[in-house]
Each structure stands twice: as structure tokens, then as C-alpha cells.
Design a binder for this molecule. Structure first.
Ligand SMILES: Nc1ncnc2c1ncn2[C@@H]1O[C@H](COP(=O)(O)OP(=O)(O)OP(=O)(O)O)[C@@H](O)[C@H]1O
Ligand SMILES: [Mg+2]
Length: 267
């Protein structure tokens, strides 16, 4: 079956630095696919290429078999790609509701049936529902810049989902969240319908193993392993990739490698 997302031979260079070197990645329809690897491995760069924010120097990106390599972020959003950034990307002077409305606009009506009033109305109807679903029902009128970090993160997820994606690109969604917020995030992602596939970049391997059915490991811009969580747990490359990039934080059973900030896992 044609995969939902297929990246072939993606290469990105920044001057002398090769951030991605001939990377292949396949995400199936409805799959929960994790992308892990040490700091600087190229994970965010790959999400940027898949979301259309960065134009690769080489390679192709196919979405449900269609070549989207030359399309920018807005065009990919219209084709069902939603993105959560490593640092929450919201419009700080707009209210939470307005942020979701703006994010939902590209997919609020079918192209060719555009009517300004109807378009905004349709987007507004979805905004309140998504905010409610993300536990932000009370802050719809609050400017996004005044929200706490965890709320901005939830808001960005609401914005991505309001665009009705079939693929959600999540870059370290748990970073900076409290234990309670992480638990809520995990519960929420688990409950997402399988109509939405997820590509999750995450350093916390406990979350990766709890949420994902497939894992790819990047190191120095190359894919060094792909497999089920059980296969990846047992694989030499993943241990090596992490051991060299991030020190193991403690010897507790099931403990994950330290986060980029050097802090230990929260358990
Ligand atoms: N705009 C840029 N200009 C120059 N170098 C860049 C740029 N963006 C990323 N890089 C470099 O490309 C490499 C990959 O960076 P990237 O942010 O993709 O890593 P990452 O795996 O997401 O790391 P982290 O886990 O710390 O978020 C790094 O060496 C980084 O310094
Ligand atoms: Mg990153």
C-alpha cells in the first residue's frame, strides 16, 4: 500500500555541515512513528523538510504518493500536514480562539467554494471545540502571549488539529510540560483517531515506547535504525546513538536518557 508519507534520499546542507544525508523515511496511514536521536542528529531539520519550511538540497517528499517536494508549508497544510514546533509557534497578540481560527482557515472550506463569511464562521465553530478538547476552554479570549508555556503547547496542538491533518508532525511536544500536562498529552495522543498519523520527535523514550508502533533513529543526519519499539530497544545503534549524544541519567529500571537540558527523567 502507498505510504502516507514517503521521504526519499532527503539531503540538507548548511554550508559545510550536512544536517541530513540521504535520509529515507516511511510513515504509514494511521501510524504512530517516532523519530529519535541525540541533539543535532537532524530531527527538527527533517520535520522542517516534511512540513515544507525547509527546501531540501536533494531528495523527494511524497504525500499519499503525490510529490509535494516543491510545496511550501501552507500548501502542505492544505494537503493535511499539521506541525507542532520545538518552540511553540503561536501569534502572541491574537487570542487563543483567533489563533485556532487563523490556523484552521486553509482547510475550513473546499477550494472553489470560498465565501468570506461562511469561511470564518466554519473556522470559528471548530475553534471553540478544539480549545475545549485541549483543556483551554476558559482561555479562548486570552492573548496567546499571556498563556503559560504548557497552554501555548496545547494551543499549538489545537491549531494543528483544527486544520484537520492526516499527518501530525510533533517536535518534542512534552518539552517544558509539567508531569500532569505530560500525562494529559499522552492520554490525548493515545485517543487521537487513527485517521491521523503521527510523526513524533521525542527525547523521552518512555513516551516514545508508550505511544508509538514504529521508531526511526537518526544520528549525524543519517537513519541508523528503524523498527518496532521492541526491536529498537534491543538495537545496538540506538544505545550507541544516545550514549554518545546524551549521557544516561541514572540506573533506574526503564529510565530514559537525560533530556537536552541535562535534567533527569521525571520518574
Ligand atoms: N538554519 C541552520 N543553519 C545552520 N545550521 C543549522 C540550521 N538548522 C540546524 N542546523 C544544524 O543542523 C544540525 C541538525 O540540527 P537539528 O535542529 O535538526 O537537530 P535535532 O536533532 O533537532 O536536535 P535537538 O534534539 O537538539 O533538537 C545541527 O548541527 C544544527 O546545528
Ligand atoms: Mg530539534
Amino acid at each position: 500500500m502507498t505510504p502516507l508519507l514517503h521521504a526519499l534520499g532527503v539531503t540538507v546542507r548548511y554550508g559545510a555541515l550536512t544536517a541530513l544525508d540521504n535520509v529515507d523515511l516511511r510513515v504509514e496511514h494511521g501510524q504512530r512513528h517516532a523519530l529519535i536521536g541525540p541533539n543535532g542528529a537532524g530531527k527538527t531539520t527533517l520535520l522542517d523538510v516534511l512540513g515544507g519550511a525547509t527546501r531540501a538540497g536533494g531528495g523527494r517528499v511524497l504525500l499519499a504518493g503525490r510529490d509535494v517536494t516543491r510545496l511550501g508549508p501552507a500548501a502542505r497544510a492544505r494537503r493535511g500536514v499539521g506541525r507542532i514546533h520545538q518552540r511553540p509557534a503561536v501569534w502572541s497578540t491574537l487570542t487563543a480562539t483567533e489563533n485556532v481560527v487563523v490556523a484552521a482557515l486553509p482547510n475550513a472550506v473546499r477550494p472553489g467554494r470560498w465565501r468570506p463569511g461562511a469561511r470564518r464562521c466554519a473556522a470559528e465553530r471548530t475553534a471553540g471545540a478544539w480549545l475545549e478538547r485541549m483543556g483551554l476552554g476558559d482561555v479562548g479570549a486570552v492573548p496567546a502571549g499571556r498563556l503559560a508555556h504548557g497552554q501555548r503547547r496545547q494551543l499549538e496542538i489545537a491549531m494543528a488539529l483544527a486544520g484537520r491533518p492526516r499527518l501530525l508532525l510533533l517536535d518534542e511536544p512534552a518539552a517544558g510540560l509539567s508531569v500532569v500536562e505530560v500525562a494529559r498529552l499522552v492520554e490525548f495522543l493515545r485517543a487521537l483517531p487513527r485517521a491521523v498519523a503521527v510523526l513524533l520527535v521525542e527525547h523521552r523514550l518512555d513516551l516514545v515506547y508508550a505511544l508509538c508502533d514504529q521508531v526511526s533513529v537518526l544520528r549525524d543526519g543519517r537513519t541508523v535504525a528503524t523498527g518496532t519499539p521492541a526491536e529498537i530497544r534491543a538495537s545496538g545503534p540506538v544505545r550507541q546513538a544516545y550514549a554518545e549524544g546524551v549521557s544516561l541519567c541514572c540506573a533506574r529500571s526503564g529510565c530514559v536518557p537525560a533530556t537536552p537540558t541535562g535534567s533527569c527523567c521525571t520518574r
